[in-house]
Write a protein that binds this ligand. Structure first.
Ligand code: NDP
Ligand code: 8X3
Length: 253
């Protein structure tokens, strides 16, 4: 069995690659940071004796995505599970103050990048009449919060695309799952706040957020249901979070 995971250089994607490898799947890992991909490849091969292929590309760049994914041949081109995980939030601003470059980065990564990858991988699944696409959405795809405007819009788009893909691919025997996590402690906030570690740390202070391992576990569980079962949509939250507006911190009333 073979799984392709986008955004495997950090956080949810990195641990997801590990969980699939631990369960004897070969994996294709992608991201822009080649050194991290090399480190992960080495560790997965040593620990689990699986085959690991690296594809280093910027998911926003359609030509790079096409060149990388079209380089897959033979058994590497028979992808059973595609985990569309690469994504980010960039900035946190009221709409009237938003940085248009941030908006474009989020739209290009979270929506267009996911589409570029899917457009190349889905036809092979259709041809083989089997496959599973797992899109990493978010609670931000179900609710909207102050200053989250464009990030939330991209994750609403992921949710709509998951629904659309599921309908279009139904007759081809391909499963489509939308995974929607609440707060997960990864590099997400460091990226959102552009390297401001103090601000990123504050996001998780006084609470137990989800870990990347919690989400990876949920992704793997969805991918391993019996053939007649599909998990359409899985909302996974830290126990201290009821929604984007309801979060209990230890130092709060
Ligand atoms: P991380 O920042 O830890 O990981 C993000 C991954 O996405 C990295 O591997 C990064 O790789 C990759 N990525 C980002 N931009 C690009 C790009 N232009 N080209 C290729 N790869 C890219 O964050 P998370 O693990 O938390 O995020 C993973 C997914 O989970 C995202 O879609 C996020 O929106 C979603 N999510 C996160 C939540 C959270 O609270 N953390 C909650 C709900 C959903 P590299 O930089 O090497 O390119
Ligand atoms: C990430 C979760 O609530 O920070 O998708 O938007 S949130």
């Amino acid at each position: 069995m073979l799984t392709l995971i986008t955004g495997a250089t950090a956080g949810i994607g990195s641990v997801t690659a590990e969980v699939f490898a631990e369960n004897h799947y070969d994996v294709i890992i992608t991201g822009r940071r080649n050194e991290r991909l090399l480190e992960l490849q080495k560790s997965l091969v040593e620990k689990f004796s699986v085959n690991v292929k690296i594809l280093c590309f910027d998911i926003r760049d359609r030509k790079q995505v096409e060149k990388s994914l079209h380089s897959l041949t033979g058994k590497w081109n028979q992808i059973d599970v595609l985990v569309n995980n690469a994504g980010l939030a960039s900035g946190l601003s009221h709409i009237q103050d938003g940085d248009i470059t941030d908006w474009e980065t989020m739209i290009d990564t979270n929506i267009k990048g996911l589409l570029y990858v899917t457009r190349i991988i889905a036809p092979g699944m259709v041809k083989r009449g089997t496959g599973h696409i797992i899109n990493v959405g978010s609670i931000a795809g179900k609710e909207v919060y102050e200053k989250g405007n464009v990030y939330c819009a991209t994750k609403h788009a992921v949710e709509a695309l998951s629904k659309g893909m599921r309908i279009d691919l139904l007759k081809h025997g391909i499963k489509v799952t939308n995974i929607a996590p609440g707060m997960v402690e990864t590099e997400f906030s460091l990226v959102r706040f552009k390297g401001d570690a103090e601000r990123a740390k504050k996001t998780y202070q006084g609470l137990s957020p989800l870990t990347a391992a919690d989400v990876a576990d949920a992704i793997f569980w969805c991918a391993t249901r019996p053939p007649h079962v599909n998990i359409n949509d899985l909302l996974i939250m830290p126990a201290v979070q009821a929604g984007v507006h309801h979060l209990i911190r230890k130092n709060q009333d």
